[in-house]
Design a protein around this ligand. Sequence first.
Ligand SMILES: Nc1ncnc2c1ncn2[C@@H]1O[C@H](COP(=O)(O)OP(=O)(O)O)[C@@H](O)[C@H]1O
Ligand SMILES: [Mg+2]
Length: 379
Amino acid sequence: MKINKQDILKALETISAPGDGQNMVESGAVTNVVTFADEVIVDITITNPSLQAKKKTEVDIMKTIHDIVYEKAKITVNVKVDAPTQSAPNVIKGKSIPGIQNIIAVASGKGGVGKSTVTANLAVTLAKMGFKVGVLDADIYGPSMPIMFDVELERPLAVTIDGKSKMRPVENYGVKLLSIGFFTKPDQAVVWRGPMAAKALNQMIFDAAWGELDFMLIDLPPGTGDIHLSIMQSLPITGAVVVSTPQNVALADAKKGVAMFQQESINVPVLGIIENMAYFTPEELPDHKYYIFGKEGAKNLSEDLKVPFLGQLPLVQSIREAGDVGRPAALQTATPLEQAFEKLTQNVVEEVVRRNDDLPPTEAIKITTMAGCSAVNKK
Ligand SMILES: Nc1ncnc2c1ncn2[C@@H]1O[C@H](COP(=O)(O)OP(=O)(O)O)[C@@H](O)[C@H]1O
Ligand SMILES: [Mg+2]
């Protein structure tokens, strides 16, 4: 049996593309078709990064070709997910960050609300969806990414690129990682001033061999102090995600967090709020939800502040355990937790897409270069 490429394209025209009423071929989703005897290779590019969407596209294509063209065709479907891109690359006053498309700051007003847990799980979920992901752990008060990614004993190695020595990020679970924790002793309470932290972070971005990244997530220190101003002002952040529990004291701090990003001298778009530890469901009572820290507090806050609500994560023992053993819970497959993380991550990606459609790239504000380090001009 020799399969004809035109027959394949005709068959694919019967599959509708999501949303716009066009079929898959018209919409440009089918980027290449190769046929060889009874084999067919179809390359597809989709914009919906969810695992279900990927799986569904694959299954639809296989079924259609088997039904319409040849029931014994050997089919390979390569699905590529199109990452949202900014209309111009990230730029810091003439200093571009080549290869890094979107930088997302993960922040919380209060410590201990699960900012790092959310960062780690967003990162592995993005990687599972096919994105190229890096995490920059900027939490000088308590860098926890090395533990959460089980790379505590590893250190970034030096590599030479174009004659320059660069740090190569450590990698696990398909995520590249640099942490301030790789450069400080674990039991050392680090007291850094804003400009020092900003300098260290600048080095971890510009003097590191990240390669191509669709997303870089930054786990910020908790709070809204000077150090945040320095970091925000020296990096071109695409958008910020604020994590809070539904509890009043956490919400009050989350509000300050949102206000910090929105203030004129920072002006980083807030992609939305994530409610962590939204409720507790005991394993033996899966239908029960206990609102330990209050109900929907963060959801209500997002409505008050008119910023998007990105979703809720339950308080689950396995999330904590997974963090402690260094294997983020979202890596589990076919569990309700995986689905929860996927939904959340998809919402974040959608907000990034919306933000990049609506707004120009964020520019870092006023920077003067002093002895190779970026210091912030305070007004
Ligand atoms: N949804 C959750 N369910 C259970 N434990 C959680 C959850 N989110 C965070 N934790 C646990 O709470 C503690 C604080 O979380 P962490 O991510 O370190 O917070 P932060 O970075 O905001 O200080 C950690 O022990 C973590 O494992
Ligand atoms: Mg943390």
